[in-house]
Design a binder for this molecule. Structure first.
Ligand code: NAI
Length: 244
């Protein structure tokens, strides 16, 4: 599979001048679509596809073709008329823009069901992230094996952030412990936080906080399923009325 990890300079640690991140101004809306393009490009590369037309990439990502071309132009990528984009090079360009051509050390706080599942997911490594440690406060979990890692006590958080240059903290603790965990990560110097706990967290300026909530995604799917059903049943009712 082609991935950021296999591309030139991809083993560089954060801050390595040999592989500077793309510094051009990219609109936030474009940044939000880049991971979607990257996922589609990975899928193409996995199937041995070497070039892709903008229309085809647009279709597979559900993005309007003109918008996609405009997005990619922000990365300095214009494709070749009649040929399209070189998949591997575009993976590199998108990865570079997202800062994924270097491996970001990540710490997961909470070694419960979710923390363990995340820690065991091998895909992060090829997507630019290295799980550096999984921490928990439960003495019965500390010292236990988790894949190739050992669960460490959360009291090691501060020293770990300092020694491993942790860039991203993942919060996978119960809601009641999430704000304190967040504060602790921030105080230790972590400026990018991904929160899974179902609670709104407060962070100071300069800290990027993102939240993942699968139940919200499911609720949106439920809304669309409900609308599709209503359209289907509405159509059937109309047809029945015409036949009657
Ligand atoms: P869990 O109860 O299996 O694991 C939580 C772990 O956090 C436990 O091992 C516990 O010892 C540890 N912990 C508690 N306080 C701590 C502290 N102050 N410092 C370090 N470790 C601490 O829970 P599970 O199922 O893994 O869920 C974790 C969190 O993720 C919960 O808040 C849950 O609601 C949320 N969640 C969110 C999902 C989403 O879609 N966003 C999906 C599934 C879970």
């Amino acid at each position: 599979m082609s991935s950021a990890a296999e591309l030139p300079g991809s083993e560089a640690e954060p801050g390595n001048a040999a592989d500077r991140p793309y510094l051009g101004g990219i609109p936030d809306a474009t940044v939000a679509r880049l991971p979607v393009y990257l996922r589609a490009l990975y899928a193409l590369a996995e199937h041995g596809v070497t070039t892709v037309a903008s229309d085809e990439l647009a279709r597979s990502t559900g993005v309007n073709s003109a918008k996609l071309r405009k997005d990619l132009s922000h990365l300095g990528s214009y494709g070749i008329r009649g040929v399209g984009y070189d998949v591997e090079y575009l993976v590199y360009q998108v990865s570079r823009a997202l800062g994924l051509t270097q491996r970001w050390p990540v710490v997961i706080v909470g070694a419960g069901n979710l923390g363990r599942a995340l820690a065991n997911y091998g895909g992060f490594l090829t997507r630019g992230f290295r799980i550096e440690a999984v921490l928990d406060s439960d003495p019965s979990l500390v010292g236990g094996n988790l894949g190739s890692m050992t669960v460490k006590h959360v009291d090691e958080l501060e020293s770990l952030v300092a020694s491993s240059g942790i860039a991203i903290g993942v919060i996978a603790v119960p809601a009641g412990a999430a704000q304190a965990t967040c504060d602790r990560l921030v105080a230790a110097g972590v400026t990018s936080i991904l929160n899974f706990a179902p609670v709104v967290l407060n962070v100071p300026g300069g800290v990027d906080l993102r939240k993942v909530d699968l139940s919200i995604e499911l609720q949106i799917l439920a809304f669309h399923a409900q609308r599709r059903n209503a359209e289907r049943f509405g159509q059937a009712a109309d047809e029945a009325a015409v036949e009657a």
